[in-house]
Design a protein around this ligand. Structure first.
Ligand SMILES: Nc1ccn([C@@H]2O[C@H](COP(=O)(O)OP(=O)(O)OP(=O)(O)O)[C@@H](O)[C@H]2O)c(=O)n1
Ligand SMILES: [Mg+2]
Length: 451
């Protein structure tokens, strides 16, 4: 078997894993009777759909937290109580997690009837291999339909309104008509939902090309309006779609930039799905119309009309804070918005490029992606991309000729902001070709200090 076959075989195994207790990382014998597996793992296994990693959801009539604790202890796996009141706990294995939740209501059927969509309300009894499907979820699965269990269930937890679009995008499903019109009617309720929960669902829609058309549907159904307020225009949605096109183009020219765009933002949980690509799309979703019109003045063709552009006044940063985005993400969006106007002002001086790279750092791929999406020609950013991808490039990746300590000793200076300023001046002199050795750097610093 060659390597590719081995990899594919492993992926196929994984599809079956969820419904094959033999391949779970814990023994069936440790599970109480009765117990049921529910949710995404059952749904995806029935679809033969690959999951990135095995996350199993179980419900038990009682002692859910105790069940999880027993398994975690037995395998010395991680253990977290997710919700003490509702009795939900998680066991964390090396490449799988299992959540155990107390059954809601007095029977399995009651629990299933309280869920969001029929395709998510199928239970699997691992002891007998039986599927319990009182809402005909499997029939909807086979037809590719997201159907609400009931309007009241959507009202009970309005996050489900947004989940419908996210799951339709992920599964390649359609939203059933009545469900969709109920969602439209209930759309304003989404405003009540905790920002963190909304952010996760939105993140999914922003992180993959399949999300883009559904983001548009959610927008036209009035769903995004209750989350993003009135500041987002059709232009913003059009820009998000441009990101998909721009990223394909960029990945073709600079494969490494493509790889970085699909990787996670450092400092965020690996399962948060927030990639640089998602950051770029988020920026496009929020970019104030006023900056767009500035770009537009000098711009190449964009797929929107100037009539779409309106000046709005709310701050992107306030919104991101309200949505509890991380400091790293807020910084990234701000950085992109800050440097976008400079990028279109080609060519940038070497000095400008140096300061840009210094401030932008790892955000660079997302910045150039947004630049291309808003219509800045690829040629305009090509030099910057080449510099970014060349480790020996001194503008993008400066290495110090001398250290702050060298300067303090040679010039007999105390530590303080002056040292940093001298180091920057040395770097600039070096990239402009005025000096090239450590001795020249010290000499330059002496003169520079006097001037
Ligand atoms: N607002 C919510 C969230 C979850 N669920 C139920 O809880 C299950 C597990 O939730 P979650 O893990 O968030 O979603 P999955 O459907 O499992 O999807 P995936 O893990 O693939 O994202 C769902 O299938 C659904 O039955 C629900 O009814 N309402
Ligand atoms: Mg799940």
């Amino acid at each position: 078997m060659n390597r590719k076959d081995a990899k594919d075989a492993k992926a196929e195994d994984r599809e079956l894993l969820a419904l094959s207790p033999d391949s779970w990382p814990f023994s069936l014998a440790l599970l109480p009777v009765p117990i049921y597996m529910v949710g995404g793992a059952v749904r995806d296994a029935l679809l033969g759909r690959r999951r990135e990693y095995l996350d199993l959801d179980f419900i038990v009539p009682s002692d859910a937290v105790q069940t999880a604790r027993t398994i975690a202890n037995h395998y010395q796996a991680g253990f977290v109580v997710l919700d003490a009141q509702r009795q939900i706990a998680r066991v964390v294995f090396k490449d799988a997690t299992a959540d155990f939740a107390q059954q809601e209501g007095d029977s399995l059927a009651t629990d299933l009837r309280r869920r969001d969509f029929t395709v998510n309300a199928i239970a699997f009894n691992p002891h007998t291999g039986e599927l319990i499907d009182p809402l005909q979820g499997n029939a909807d699965l086979q037809q590719g339909i997201i159907r609400m269990v009931s309007p009241a269930n959507l009202e009970d937890d309005p996050l489900r309104l947004l989940r419908a679009y996210r799951q339709a995008a992920q599964l390649g499903f359609a939203i059933e008509d009545e469900t969709r019109s109920t969602i439209r009617q209930l759309a304003p309720l989404l405003a009540q939902i905790a920002a963190e929960r909304v952010r996760v669902e939105l993140g999914y829609l922003l992180s993959s090309p399949q999300g883009t058309p559904w983001l548009n549907v959610a927008w036209s159904d009035g769903i995004l309006r209750s989350i993003l307020h009135d500041d987002v225009t059709a232009t913003n949605l059009a820009l998000v779609a441009q990101i998909d096109r721009a990223s394909a183009k960029m990945a073709e020219i600079w494969p490494q930039i493509g790889v970085e765009l699909s990787s996670g933002v450092p400092g965020l949980a690996a399962d948060s799905k927030r990639t640089w690509m998602a950051i770029a799309k988020l920026t496009c979703l929020l970019i104030p119309a006023i900056s767009l019109s500035e770009i537009d003045e000098l711009n190449v063709s964009l797929n929107y009309t100037r009539a779409d552009i309106h000046v709005e006044n709310s701050s992107v940063e306030d919104f991101l804070k309200e949505m509890k985005y991380s400091v790293a993400e807020i910084r990234a969006v701000n950085t992109i918005l800050k440097f976008l106007p400079q990028l279109r002002k080609a060519p940038m001086s070497v000095r400008e490029q140096y300061f840009m790279f210094r401030e932008v750092g790892v955000v660079f791929p997302a910045l150039v992606l947004v630049a291309v999406a808003v219509g800045i020609p690829i040629e305009g950013i090509a030099t910057l991309c080449d510099r970014y991808l060349t480790p020996s490039d001194r503008v993008a990746h400066p290495t110090p000729l001398v250290t702050g300590k060298d300067l303090m000793q040679a010039l007999n200076l105390p530590s303080g902001p002056q040292i940093g300023q001298l180091l920057t001046a040395i770097q600039l002199a070096r990239i402009e070709g005025r000096i090239s050795t450590a001795a020249e750097a010290l000499e330059f610093a002496k003169l520079h200090q006097k001037s």
